[in-house]
Design a protein around this ligand. Structure first.
Ligand code: HEM
Length: 272
């Protein structure tokens, strides 16, 4: 099914396309910095989670940062490991020789589920680095006025739209599964925090209802969005061609959006 937006009103679409490489390298880099801050905080407060994030079994000074690997809880090691030596110690404690506790230093029943912590965490970080690379590449193309000459970038940007949502979920899974078996680290186990007044079927019912409500809301949103895009903006005043010609600073007029031909809304685009 062709996208309704394809080939329509390219002028106004360009404004939005250009905000991506224009604004998001900063956001992606900030996300990386925040991620680093998260890691430091996890190293201090939840060392077993850090060991599971990294598939680190043995306590080590100068612990490596594992970029790829297959953690095997039974064998007690991470297989096919590709690692940056000493980097975990540095990232977590700011010291290449700092000691990082491995999983073997924790009782076996205090280990988080390993695969469900390790893989979501690594995928989140990989996607975070991908966002930094993609947005910086876009920024580079934008300042060289080559953004629209690079179909590979445009395609990647388009197909990457769902990825930040997926990354959010991966981060959440890593954080929540990674702190098991504790609700409050070292104080209250999840098993002891279970409510005795709310039975499991009521929680299941709530989850199903929430899921259904969100599916309905999402479908209505897609329906309305498609409708709006199909109608498209109607431009009065200066031609949108000007936007195409990158003369943004000359456009201080109004864009008029019309639903039906009678129902006008005025939007100031003075910032253009
Ligand atoms: C660039 C590299 C990244 C690093 C190094 C990083 C690091 C981390 C760490 C260490 C945690 C665990 C926090 C905890 O358990 O308390 C975390 C959680 C999380 N991350 Fe990332 N992250 C990165 C990128 C991203 C990106 C790009 C997104 C979203 C688009 C994201 C979304 C999240 C979310 C939603 C959580 C869960 C927060 C919570 O529930 O407290 N992360 N991240």
């Amino acid at each position: 099914m062709p996208l309704p937006i394809k080939g329509k009103t390219p002028g106004i679409c360009q404004v939005f396309i250009e905000t991506i490489p224009g604004g998001s390298p900063g956001c992606s880099l900030l996300q990386g910095a925040l991620g680093h801050y998260h890691a430091v905080q996890v190293a201090e407060t939840q060392p077993a989670k850090l060991a599971a994030f990294e598939g680190l079994f043995e306590t080590q000074q100068g612990a490596p940062l594992i970029i790829f690997g297959i953690p095997d809880a039974e064998a007690g090691r991470t297989k096919m490991e590709i690692a940056l030596p000493k980097m975990l110690s540095f990232v977590a404690f700011g010291d290449f020789n700092a000691e990082v506790k491995g999983l073997n230093d924790f009782p076996r029943d205090e280990w988080p589920p390993l695969a469900m912590t390790f893989y979501p965490f690594h995928l989140m970080v990989a996607l975070g680095l991908y966002f930094i690379a993609l947005t910086c590449w876009g920024f580079w193309l934008l300042i060289r006025n080559k953004l629209y000459d690079n179909p590979l970038f445009l395609k990647l940007a388009f197909f990457s739209i769902p990825l930040p949502f997926i990354t959010n979920e991966l981060g959440w899974i890593a954080a929540e599964v990674g702190r098991q078996p504790w609700v409050v680290y070292n104080l209250l186990r999840t098993a002891d925090g279970v409510s005795i007044t709310v039975p499991a079927y009521q929680i299941l019912f709530s989850i199903i209802m929430f899921a259904l409500i969100y599916v309905v809301l999402f479908s209505v949103w897609i329906f309305l969005l498609r409708k709006k895009i199909n109608l498209g903006p109607i431009c009065k005043g200066k031609e949108l061609g000007l936007i195409r010609g990158l003369q943004y600073d000359h456009i201080t007029d109004y864009l008029v959006f019309s639903d039906s031909g009678f129902n006008y809304r005025l939007c100031s685009v003075g910032w253009l």
